[in-house]
Design a protein around this ligand. Structure first.
Ligand SMILES: Nc1nc(=O)c2c([nH]1)NC[C@@H]1CN(c3ccc(C(=O)N[C@@H](CCC(=O)O)C(=O)O)cc3)C=[N+]21
Length: 344
């Protein structure tokens, strides 16, 4: 039975305080999507569902203001160029979401579509053109690419100062060295969600499930590193689990974690029995599964949402969690790239 959010609060409040400062808690409520609250009288825990959509909206406002300021000072509008190879339906959705977000925020954009059969040389040539085009502030090549193209060569061909994905080897190196750089959008989104929800990370146990170079690895980098740095980090104790981690070890690490970040690409990987009461659970998974009855395609994360929400303190949903904030961070990086170009 769904009951109003306010009735859940007394039951939840002790768990919440383990992760929030009192002052930050107030701010936190503003971005809570209260409609998503529900709990039954018998349960002592009901996670606050952190709305990535609401956080993205907040970031959008900041970006809009920053774009208008740039333009108001007589500068060109930031421009994002997105290269899409082939016709993978998921990639199309993401690229459409990016160009749509750009236009909403006053950022101009272009989607450059190439067939799946495009050669690597042709792709590198297109990137080179975009690098040299002074109208282009930010450039990204949607991944994954077809098998005959070397993704690393492509990422390294993008001018580092236009690399809004932060995938260029120099930008990854800077990230690892805690230097200021373009942080990849999904890790940046996880970071923003944690910060804007007022979740404490210093000295906390963080479990990152998944070690991909674009998501798991950079998230672990951001969260374990030093707060007092050029690019501040979370000062957490970070553990990285991956496909070679035995199931019982995964459970063991997960139960110790104050913050679990699921980025493995395995539906239902994280279940309620694995999660510590009151833990923060951030679901980065994007899995398309076919429902057995209707045959419809449904988007699910790596977390058993319905089970885990009854035990966690905070949880991000899929869709509407990390995804929309990821898009917002690509936009933010585009504006940063445009600003950086002015300084030169
Ligand atoms: N060069 C490159 N840069 C990327 O940033 C990049 C990439 N390649 N390849 C794929 C991943 C994945 N990614 C997502 C972006 C938005 C949503 C998103 O908006 N998700 C919505 C749902 C959208 C849907 O219906 O699929 C949500 O979670 O609410 C998800 C995933 C960016 N990626």
């Amino acid at each position: 039975m769904a009951i109003p959010a306010t009735e859940c609060i007394p039951l939840k409040i002790r768990g919440l305080f383990r992760f929030c400062y009192r002052t930050k808690l107030q701010k936190t409520w503003n971005i809570a999507d209260r409609r998503e609250f529900s709990c039954s009288a018998a349960k002592s825990y009901a996670a606050r569902v952190v709305s990535g959509t609401a956080i993205a909206r907040q970031i959008h406002k900041e970006i809009q203001a920053s774009v208008e300021q740039l333009v108001g000072q007589g500068n060109r509008r930031p421009h994002l160029a997105v290269i899409l190879v082939g016709d993978d339906p998921a990639s199309r959705v993401y690229v459409r979401n990016k160009t749509r977000a750009a236009s909403l925020l006053g950022i101009s954009s272009s989607a450059l579509l190439r067939p799946a059969g495009v050669t690597q040389a042709e792709l590198l040539d297109l990137i080179d053109q975009m690098n040299r085009d002074w109208r282009v502030s930010g450039l990204l090549v949607q991944l994954p690419l077809p098998g005959h193209i070397n993704e690393r060569a492509v990422c390294n061909a993008i001018a580092p100062e236009k690399d809004v994905d932060g995938f260029h080897i120099v930008n990854i190196g800077k990230l690892v060295l805690d230097q200021r750089t373009m942080v990849p959008a999904t890790p940046a989104a996880v970071w923003e969600i944690i910060q804007r929800t007022g979740i404490e990370t210093v000295g906390k146990n963080v479990l990152v499930v998944g070690r991909s170079k674009n998501v798991g690895m950079p998230i672990a980098m951001l969260l374990h590193s030093d707060r007092n740095h050029e690019r501040p980090g979370g000062d957490a104790t970070v553990t990285i689990a991956h496909r070679c981690t035995p199931r019982e070890q995964l459970t063991h690490h997960c139960r110790l974690a104050d913050i679990v970040i699921a980025a493995a690409g395995v539906p239902q990987l994280i279940t309620a029995d694995m999660v510590k009461e009151g833990a923060v659970v951030i679901d980065v998974g994007i899995n398309r599964i076919q429902e057995s009855g209707s045959g419809r395609i449904r988007l699910v994360g790596d977390v058993d949402f319905e089970g885990v929400r009854q035990k966690a303190g905070f949880i991000t949903p899929v869709p509407g969690g990390v995804g929309p904030v990821t898009i917002a961070m690509v936009m933010k990086n585009t504006v940063t790239a445009a600003r950086n170009a002015l300084a030169h």
